[in-house]
Each structure stands twice: as structure tokens, then as C-alpha cells.
Design a protein around this ligand. Structure first.
Ligand SMILES: NC(=O)C1=CN([C@@H]2O[C@H](COP(=O)(O)OP(=O)(O)OC[C@H]3O[C@@H](n4cnc5c(N)ncnc54)[C@H](OP(=O)(O)O)[C@@H]3O)[C@@H](O)[C@H]2O)C=CC1
Ligand SMILES: O=C(O)C1=N[C@H](C(=O)O)C[C@H](O)C1
Length: 267
């Protein structure tokens, strides 16, 4: 009996799924047991390794769910999330849910599912992004009472193919920062027209879509007379793919529950 982690990848032919397949194939602690896509995917039946740009793995891209994986990593689309959650619960397979743009109802169903299986759910699997989240909370806590006031704005840049805005990561930055601010926080998405002066207690969000940018977030802490900008930028997608693999390994022996990347990374 092998000690390797038996991994299934959902959304395996997508930009992120391909990088998870490629990195997992290089990892001697992992055996890829399934590469899953939806039934309309044009690459069904092709070898998952060849799709990912590496050598053949002898794993065909399939729309059938396995019943024997140790962990599923999901990088797909919100429309696919319900099926993914239901299949993982039915087969009792732990899930790393990395897809962003889920509805509130889908987030509730993840919470429900986490009563029977362990789930890591995070909008960014990157260690650098998660560390930056902690640092921005610390900055907010320290500066929130600064004379003249503190203005916080979140800029995110992503590739032109991204389907959701603002990014799940930008929303999470805003939620975490809001936890450290005093009073009610208003989340303002973009500005246009006669906006009037900026009010206290706002967090502004700005989504930029350009070329092939794999993801960049800048948190601006503006004060009267000076500012801090925290920037975290991916050069390629491997920071997310390798983070998801770390999460999958961490998750395999955990009890049912809803976890995030702070739990995985011990932050
Ligand atoms: N948490 C994190 O660290 C990160 C999260 N993400 C998120 O991951 C998700 C995927 O990103 P990315 O790889 O760039 O997107 P892609 O569009 O490249 O990949 C999505 C994949 O899911 C497939 N898919 C579409 N519909 C279904 C369905 N109904 N059932 C199963 N599969 C389906 C797509 O197939 P087809 O092409 O045929 O439509 C495609 O292969 C996004 O939500 C993104 O925001 C991205 C990077 C990091
Ligand atoms: O779609 C992407 O590419 C990314 N999506 C995630 C998000 O919405 O936060 C994470 C990362 O920034 C890349």
C-alpha cells in the first residue's frame, strides 16, 4: 500500500488546474488519481499531463468523480462549486476549495459540508499573500487612530480572462482590515461622478484587468503627509498551486471542519 497522497484535481484543464497537475506530478509524496472537468470540456479523454504541458501521466481528463481520492483540489468556477462540494461530501473526500466568486449560499453550503468533511477554503493559497494579510491587519491596528485620519484603498490587478471582480483576495483583505477598524465600515467599489469627499470608515476597491497578470494586490494606507503601500505580486501561478498542494497535505489527517490558509500556514 502506497503512502503517497492520492490527489484529485477539479478544473484540471484550467490555468490553475494545469499548474497543480504539473507540480503534483513532480512531487514524490503525491499520486494524481483523477483529473476532473465538466462534461462539455473539449479536452475530455486527453492525458492530464500532456494538457499541463508535461509528459504523459496516464491519467485521462474525465467528467467522472472518483470515490477513492484522499483530497480534492478545486480550481474551477462558481458554477461548478455545488457539484464539487456534493461529490466530496458523498465520497467523504477532504476538499481544498480555491475557487473565488462563490455566492453567500455556496459559502453556507461549504460550511454545512465542513460538518462532515475537512475543508480548506481560501481566496489565495499564496504564502506571501496570506502573510501580507496579517501585516495589513497590524498596520491598520497601529494607524487607525493617527491624527488626520487613515484612508485605506485596495487595488487589485489581474489578467484579462478573470471572471470575477473584485478578486476574492481583495474582498478578504477588506474583511480582515475591517475587523481591525473602529465603528461601521463601508465597502466602496470604484468611484465615479459627484462622489463628494471621501468619508471616514470607507474601504475602497479598484479592480484592474490587464494582459496576463497572474495576480497583484496593493493596499494603500493614506494619511495626511505620508502613506504606506503594501504590494504583493505573483510572477506566475505556482505560488497558488504549490500553496494548494501544501494545504492538501495538511488537510489529509484533519477532522471535519472549515479551515483557511492561516490555519495551514500557522499564521
Ligand atoms: N485560491 C487561490 O489561490 C486562487 C484562486 N483562483 C481561482 O480559481 C478559479 C480558476 O481560475 P483559473 O484556473 O484561472 O480559471 P480557468 O477558467 O482557466 O479554469 C477553470 C476551469 O474550470 C472548468 N470548468 C468550467 N465549468 C465547469 C464545470 N461546470 N465543472 C467543472 N469544471 C468547470 C473550466 O473548463 P472550460 O475551460 O471548459 O470552461 C476550466 O478548465 C477562479 O475562481 C480563480 O479566481 C485562481 C488562482 C489562485
Ligand atoms: O483568477 C485569478 O487568477 C486569481 N484569483 C484569486 C482571487 O480572486 O483572489 C487569487 C489570485 O489573485 C489569482
Amino acid at each position: 500500500m502506497s503512502n503517497q497522497l492520492q490527489l484529485a484535481v477539479h478544473g484540471a484543464a484550467g490555468r490553475m488546474g494545469q499548474r497543480v497537475v504539473a507540480l503534483a506530478a513532480e512531487d514524490s509524496d503525491i499520486e494524481i488519481v483523477a483529473a476532473i472537468e465538466h462534461s462539455e470540456n473539449r479536452l475530455l479523454g486527453n492525458d492530464a499531463g500532456l494538457i499541463a504541458g508535461i509528459s504523459a501521466l496516464d491519467i485521462s481528463l474525465t467528467d467522472a468523480w472518483p470515490n477513492y481520492a484522499a483530497v480534492v483540489i478545486d480550481f474551477s468556477l462558481p458554477v461548478a462549486a455545488d457539484g464539487c462540494i456534493a461529490n466530496c461530501v458523498a465520497a467523504k473526500i477532504p476538499l481544498v476549495m480555491a475557487t473565488t466568486g462563490l455566492t453567500e449560499i455556496q459559502k453556507q453550503s461549504l460550511e454545512e459540508a465542513s460538518k462532515s468533511i475537512p475543508i480548506v477554503f481560501a481566496p489565495s493559497m499564496s504564502m506571501a499573500v496570506n502573510l501580507t494579510m496579517k501585516l495589513t491587519q497590524q498596520i491598520t491596528e497601529t494607524l487607525k487612530g493617527v491624527p488626520g485620519g487613515l484612508d485605506i484603498e485596495i487595488l487589485e490587478r489581474h489578467h484579462r480572462f478573470k471572471a470575477d471582480a473584485p478578486s476574492g483576495t481583495a474582498i478578504k483583505f477588506g474583511e480582515l482590515i475591517a475587523e481591525k477598524m473602529d465603528g461601521d465600515v463601508k465597502h466602496v467599489h470604484g468611484r465615479e461622478g459627484e462622489t463628494g469627499q471621501r468619508t471616514r470608515g470607507e474601504i475602497g476597491y479598484h479592480a484592474i484587468r490587464v494582459g496576463d497578470n497572474p495576480g497583484e494586490h496593493t493596499i494603500v494606507f493614506g494619511m495626511m503627509g505620508e502613506r504606506i503601500e503594501m504590494n504583493v505580486a505573483a510572477s506566475n501561478r505556482d505560488c497558488y498551486a504549490s500553496g494548494a498542494i501544501v494545504a492538501a497535505k495538511w488537510l489529509q489527517d484533519k477532522p471535519a471542519g472549515l479551515y483557511n490558509m492561516f490555519d495551514v500556514l500557522g499564521l
